[in-house]
Ligand binder design. Sequence first.
Ligand code: FMN
Length: 340
Amino acid sequence: MPPLMPTSLPFTSPWLLAPMEGVTETCFRDVILSRLSPGELGGAYTEFVRVSSLPIPEWKLAEHLGKKRFGQPVGLQLMGSQEGPLAASADAAIYAGAPLVDLNFGCPAKGVFKDCAGSALLDHPERIEKFVRACVTAAAGRVPVTAKMRCGVRDDTRLEENAQAMEAGGAVMITVHCRTREEGYRDCADWGRVARAVAAVKVPVCGNGSIETHADLERMRRETGCAYAMVGRAALGNPWIFSGYEATAADAARFLLDYAQALLTRKGYHHHGASGRIKQLLFFWTAGGLFEGADEKARKAEKARRLSEKSPESLFAWLEERARSGSAHPAERAAVPSLA
Ligand SMILES: Cc1cc2nc3c(=O)[nH]c(=O)nc-3n(C[C@H](O)[C@H](O)[C@H](O)COP(=O)(O)O)c2cc1C
């Protein structure tokens, strides 16, 4: 008998924030979720939680989910190479409050690959099906289980087979990152692969890979027939990509200061750690004309200068000055935090 599973996904709009290890932790997610309405951003996922030979305890999964709750669901993503601990962790994730559980079949990292987890499983669709079924059975209809995949290890020939294995195991949505492991993050995103997955399964597919603008979100759905679209790196440079709002430099600086402040209130975070995280975002940053300069070359030079800034105080002082520099969205008009 197939395991009992809830059929409806809890997302509040078709646009989703991708899980990104080292970036989409609770502070970043809280800052972005607090700015976007449920109609604009439909949901998010935690970074992957690696499951080895022992299940992850509930308290640890609760930490990954964070304390704050928003209108949109935040799914908990698990990645592992052993069915038993993975299923027990899915159960613990639900006790920890996860409104959905996602399984990672895409991580390309060498260590993960060697342990036959993440993208390594794309050579073993029968194991994928078993892992998904074990987690769906553990979830026992309490929350939906979704799965996220790359299109293959070296090539995309097993794309349909893998998507069908996830569906057969009971996944109620399949996110397709349209690159293979070998393609890494190269600029070769082939949305035709998302369309192939849509044709191969009955469950909703979420298209992912190189969505750069707000208009691309709808284009992904139109060109591939997928039900949902997920944004990764472009959301790190423009958190408003989901709504299409044209942020100002003041909005952008306030977002980054809020993020820094959230990190600083977290145990163990100091000015250097927080400014490192801000610089990680500045590397991707595109919103609001944050970097000043008469032309593209000057703006690039300004970005390089801020990225090489050694003093957290100087970085924060620059952001505070930019935050006060012009008009801000009504939601951004709270007092500028003083961190410098
Ligand atoms: C820094 C970083 C960390 C990532 N961590 C995860 C992760 O924890 N789980 C996952 O499924 N995908 C992870 N990914 C992949 C993204 O979710 C997404 O599939 C990929 O970036 C392609 O989307 P994009 O072209 O919109 O960035 C990560 C990507 C990046 C850049």
